[in-house]
Ligand binder design. Structure first.
Ligand SMILES: [Zn+2]
Length: 88
């Protein structure tokens, strides 16, 4: 009977170890995906979302973009060249 208890204890320890390993792997996989609470994973200081200049198509952080009429521009030159209304 005592052997059975030892075996049971060893099985439980092994099970817990396996669970912790699986949780670590799962945690690493979750970090690969987009996580807004992990700014240190980003290569630059870009924390906001990227927007696309409707004039030249360049992508830039939304905080640096010039927003005009609901459209994003990379700079004053693009905004000046942009048509007043976009036919969609
Ligand atoms: Zn532009």
């Amino acid at each position: 009977m005592s052997r059975f208890l030892v075996l049971l204890g060893a099985t439980l320890l092994l099970w817990q170890a396996l669970r912790s390993v699986v949780q670590q792997i799962g945690g690493e996989q979750n970090r690969v995906g987009p996580d807004p609470r992990a700014p240190e994973d980003r290569p630059r200081e870009v924390t906001g979302k990227l927007v696309r200049c409707v004039r030249c198509g360049v992508h830039l952080p939304q905080e640096r973009a010039i927003l005009d009429g609901g459209q994003a521009y990379c700079g004053e030159s693009c905004r000046a060249k942009a048509p007043a209304t976009t036919a969609d």
